[in-house]
Ligand binder design. Structure first.
Ligand code: 3PG
Ligand code: MG
Length: 398
């Protein structure tokens, strides 16, 4: 799918034009300060490209899942943060709403090259309802629409879909295009050998993507709580480890069809509870009353060698254990470091999802040691599963 992007147009197209850019500034904010700002930094190429070409850049985003206006979810701290990282010649202003007179007044004051961030879209319930009147209001302040929020493109909301349809010119931002290019390559024709590392808790979110990737992958390496459901399906004792009973039948089928390429842990770091300080290293069965919280050292060795030795492509989604607790972080730390090694050896590496990025950074590996970090966990899995992405297909006129 060839997406039309900003650079497909002559520079003059943007001069003096009001451009509404859907960004994903859904970042962590505490006490008025932005934490991990990866998503904000990833929008800079698009924002500066437009501002430098004389556009009036109007940025719209959601933050969290508020039920209505709620000062805990204001984007004001994000506007301040953005002002600190954008080209210092560019002014960033903030509008106290995302539609209505407050926005119209702010937009009318904008000069060429100015940047305006609108207040949280989800302060209006009409955003998620894709309400047609709200779509009209949102679209009315701009001439051109750009979507650079891949991570929200699985949502059929006003800002990602309904309002976009009201523009004649709808373009992909640089970040969105990069995400789509990488994920399409992986979905259609991944460089071989192709390996997938899956962790985390919920299998449900990953089934669609795994159905697409299992036939293509040379190895699928499973860790995190997801591994215990696979082990249970094979008849291994898992004690009181977290099991996804609802998806046991799917896991059993996947093991029947692809068992030879699915790698599972053979040893574990187990404890009575995550708060339990007396942890045990367990090989094979996990006894009653105990639960696994990380992969064990023998498994770490096998998994690390498999990941670090890949020359084609690797996709990693989900931590290997409860990495927030130091005693259960070793599996994740080793996978992160092996991913970096594979990258330095020339493999294409992809990391998907906010918690995986956080785990990677806690492991001392940064974004420049990965070919691509997807800004969206949920969105990248949906895309890999082949699901419709309203925020992407709308750019092609659908
Ligand atoms: C995300 O953080 O996954 C995206 O910003 C989408 O947010 P949502 O899951 O609340 O729609
Ligand atoms: Mg989410």
């Amino acid at each position: 799918m060839a997406l039309k992007t900003l650079s497909d147009f002559e520079d003059g197209k943007f001069d003096g034009k009001r451009v509404l850019v859907r960004v994903d500034f859904n970042v962590s904010v505490s006490n008025g300060h932005v934490g991990e700002d990866y998503r904000i930094r990833m929008s800079i190429p698009t924002v500066e490209y437009l501002a430098k070409r004389g556009a009036k850049v109007i940025l719209a985003s959601h933050l969290g899942r508020p039920d209505g206006p709620d000062s805990d979810y204001t984007l004001a701290p994000v506007a301040k943060h953005l002002a600190g990282i954008v080209d210092r010649l560019m002014a960033v202003r903030f509008a106290g709403d995302c539609v209505g007179p407050a926005v119209e007044t702010e937009v009318s004051k904008m000069n060429r090259g100015d940047i305006l961030l609108l207040e949280n879209l989800r302060f209006h319930k009409e955003e998620e309802a894709n309400d047609s009147e709200f779509c009209k209001q949102l679209a009315s302040v701009a001439d051109i629409y750009v979507n650079d929020a891949f991570s929200t493109s699985h949502r059929r909301h006003a800002s990602t879909y309904g309002a976009a349809r009201l523009f004649d010119t709808r373009l992909a931002g640089f970040n969105l295009r990069k995400e789509v290019e990488y994920l399409s390559m992986m979905r259609e024709s991944p460089p071989k050998p192709f390996k997938v590392v899956v962790g985390g808790v919920k299998i449900k979110d990953k089934i669609g993507a795994l159905e697409h990737l299992l036939p293509k992958a040379d190895k699928v390496i499973i860790g995190g709580a997801a591994a215990y459901t696979f082990l249970k399906a094979k008849g291994v004792k898992t004690g009181k480890s977290l099991i996804d009973h609802e998806h046991l039948p799917w896991v059993t089928k996947a093991l029947d069809a692809y068992g030879d390429k699915i790698m599972l842990p053979t040893d574990h770091v187990a404890a009575v509870s995550p708060a339990d300080t007396s942890i045990s290293m367990v090989k094979g069965d996990i006894q009653d009353g105990m639960a696994g919280f990380d992969i064990g050292s023998e498994t770490i060795e096998r998994y690390s060698a498999e990941v670090a030795g890949t020359s084609g492509m690797i996709f990693w989604n989900g931590p290997m254990g409860m990495f927030e607790v130091r005693a259960f972080a070793n599996g994740t730390v080793n996978i992160a470091k092996s991913m970096a090694l594979a990258y330095w050896r020339g493999a294409r590496t992809l990391v998907g999802g906010g918690d995986t990025l956080e785990a990677m950074k806690k492991s001392g590996v940064n974004e420049s040691e990965v070919s691509h970090v997807s800004t969206g966990g949920g969105a990248s899995l949906r895309y890999l599963a082949g699901d419709d992405m309203p925020g992407v297909s709308v750019l092609n006129g659908n």
